[in-house]
Design a protein around this ligand. Structure first.
Ligand code: ATP
Length: 215
């Protein structure tokens, strides 16, 4: 949809956080919210929120605020029709953290929209990305139209999580664990083994450096 293509990058980056709070509100049975209340919850200022929502054609009514369900269905439409690619990150350890910080900033249409972990970070927002509990994995992947996942969990957990990702509909996995995970046909795994890469480099330096430098 052309209209969505015009959503500014900064606005698009705030979408996952809006989405997170709106699903909270919906789960709690809240039907409407003012931009001031959303500002309090998200720490974005109310004017920014009003401007962001106006890009979506969602105009709050004075004295009423925004309709939570209407906003949520609007976001679902944006995700379906825009060129934004939502990626999930599983495992917010050291590496996961670094990738959240990095968040593919050079790209205007790819970003980590949701991260998942089994402990302490749950419920937090890190580098603008909401961290969900693993129990919400399947639900969020479906709701946020995510079909790519980055795996930064301990290798012992990698296969079980991969199986869950595949049954939730994930089509591509960027695997940072050393385990070669098995996936069915139709799912693509890109292995990124940093230790292995470094070891390869060390090997070349140790075995060929003398030849290439001539010493
Ligand atoms: P790394 O440097 O490899 O990112 P780390 O040393 O910080 O990792 P790990 O033990 O490798 O920590 O775990 C990475 C992250 O994965 C941790 O935040 C951990 O809580 C999380 N994790 C562990 N098991 C699971 C699981 N089954 N599902 C989701 N997250 C998990």
């Amino acid at each position: 949809m052309n209209e969505q293509a015009r959503i500014p990058r900064a606005t698009a980056k705030r979408l996952p956080i809006y989405y997170r709070y709106l699903t909270f509100l919906e789960d709690a049975g809240t039907n409407r919210i003012s931009s001031a209340e959303l500002a309090e919850a998200t720490k974005f200022d109310a004017a920014t929120i009003r401007r962001d929502f106006s890009y979506f054609g969602a105009l709050g009514k004075r004295g009423y605020g925004y309709d939570v369900k209407a906003l949520l269905s609007f976001f679902a439409k944006v995700l379906d029709q825009s060129s934004l690619i939502n990626v999930a990150l599983i495992g917010v350890g050291h590496l996961g953290h670094a990738l959240l910080n990095f968040n593919f900033h050079q790209s205007s249409n790819m970003r980590i929209a949701a991260a998942f972990d089994i402990n302490e970070h749950r419920g937090k927002i890190l580098s603008g990305v909401p961290i969900y509990d693993m129990s919400e994995l399947e639900e969020q992947i479906k709701a946020q139209r995510i079909n790519i996942a980055i795996l930064t969990v301990p290798q012992e957990e990698a296969q079980e999580i991969t199986d869950r990702l595949v049954s939730a509909g994930i089509k591509g996995i960027m695997n940072f664990t050393p385990l070669r995970v098995s996936v069915p046909d139709g799912v693509r795994v890109q292995n990124v083994d940093l230790t292995n890469e470094l070891q390869t480099l060390v090997y070349f330096i140790q075995n060929y450096a003398s030849i290439t430098t001539g010493k």
